[in-house]
Design a protein. Structure first.
Length: 415
């Protein structure tokens, strides 16, 4: 039996033991895992250093190195994410609906675990912790397959988490990590109907499309983040500059970072030069349309391919437009339905943008960097779904549940 099938089988068996666990038992296990991360951080950081060294040797970009890096502060953040999950309401068993039929049947719709979740993701080791915590809280077992760049980090994190579970009521086998870094292990996971109940991909466009196009297991699609900020002509200048700078520079390697800045031509006449100079001071490479280049000659030309690219790096597209409709049309053409923002003091335009832009998260006067399960109050997140079925946006605990109907009778039979 292959590693992938063996670990999925073990997870499937463990998932049965999770069903009767109480919220207290699950919370205790997650708290113990949170403590273990902090107490064993030296082991995790040491393993991460091996990944970082290998990444540098293989030419891993600085932005991807940032996604990969683990330090004491990030471990504290991972641990805090788990504690946030503990503090959230357990959705399992929640009654969503009650129906009383004329024949006396009482029908209750409740939340239940999905079962076994397959998680396929790339360079961010914190996803390992978030996915494990969210899955266990919702009574799901999980099979993790991280990217090869973070292999040592993920192995050590999972080792620490599983060691912690030994002292709890949660079975150790509920957390599984696939060690095989070859693409074949991903492709095998996609066909494990009957063992995996759902697969969630989290990473770049090529990974997500491979999963969506080849999986026979149901998929919750998370999407690439080609996010936009539109600065309207009625924007507060200082607010607009602050939001636009934050959306790109605060952490450009993540999916909710802005990739294209759209600016109304009237705003651009007075404020565009000072804004792009601020980007240049932060070593951001700027590409723009002809109007933008006429105002700032050192800006590079932006192609249609550039507008369709998720950089996850210190590279920014800009486009100057003549009205809000042109901005919305650009977003419709190139956006990935992730996170979009308008900065304006005009409520009519704000309402139009919020209504017409199709994305999981649409902002008025706030950075797209807030599209995140932790920031939304969900605790950690397992991903940001850009599809429209089952779950959309940051996926917290309710997104990792299914439903069933319990029907109570007093001897009724079908006539």
């Amino acid at each position: 039996m292959s590693e992938v099938k063996l670990k999925a089988t073990l997870a499937k068996e463990a998932s049965k033991s999770l069903i009767p666990l109480t919220t207290t038992q699950k919370n205790n296990a997650i708290n113990v895992m949170a403590d273990a991360l902090v107490n064993q951080q030296n082991r995790i950081i040491s393993a991460n250093e091996e990944d970082l060294e290998r990444g540098k040797e293989n030419g891993l970009s600085k932005s991807l190195q940032d996604r990969l890096a683990i330090n004491s502060e990030r471990i504290e953040s991972m641990s805090e994410g788990l504690r946030q999950i503990v503090n959230l309401n357990d959705p399992i068993g929640e009654q969503l609906e009650e129906i009383k039929r004329p024949n006396g049947l009482l029908i209750r719709k409740i939340r239940v675990p999905i079962g076994v979740i397959g998680m396929i993701y790339e360079a961010r080791p914190n996803v390992t912790v978030d996915a494990a915590g969210l899955s266990l809280k919702t009574g799901n077992a999980i099979v993790l397959r991280g990217g090869s760049a973070a292999l040592k980090s993920n192995q050590m994190i999972v080792e620490v988490l599983r060691e912690a579970l030994n002292s709890t009521d949660v079975p150790v086998e509920a957390i599984q990590l696939i060690n095989n870094p070859n693409r074949s292990s991903v492709n095998e996971m996609l066909k494990l109907n009957g063992l995996l109940d759902v697969v969630i991909p989290r990473g770049g466009a090529s990974l997500i499309q491979n999963v969506v196009q080849n999986a026979t297991v149901p998929v919750i699609e998370t999407g690439a983040g080609i996010c936009h900020t539109y600065i309207d002509e009625y924007a507060n200048p200082e607010m607009a500059k602050s939001i636009a700078f934050n959306a790109k520079v605060q952490r450009p390697s993540v999916c909710n970072a802005m990739e294209t800045l759209i600016v109304h031509e009237n705003f651009a006449k007075e404020h565009f030069l000072s804004l792009v100079e601020k980007y240049r001071e932060a070593d951001v490479q700027i590409k723009g349309n002809d109007i933008a280049r006429n105002i700032v000659p050192w800006i590079e030309n932006a192609s249609n391919e550039d507008y369709a690219t998720e950089y996850n790096d210190y590279i920014l597209n800009v486009k100057i437009v003549s009205n809000i409709n042109e901005a919305i049309n650009h977003i419709d053409t190139y956006g990935t339905k992730h996170s979009e923002c308008i900065v304006t003091e005009n409520q009519e335009y704000a309402n139009q943008f919020l209504l017409e832009v199709d994305a999981t998260s649409v902002y008025h006067n706030a950075s797209t960097r807030f599209t995140d399960g932790f920031e939304f109050g969900f605790g950690a997140e397992i991903g940001i779904s850009t599809q429209k079925l089952h779950a959309r946006g940051p996926m917290g605990l309710p997104a990792l549940t299914s439903t069933k109907y319990n029907i109570y009778g007093t001897g009724q039979i079908k006539e």
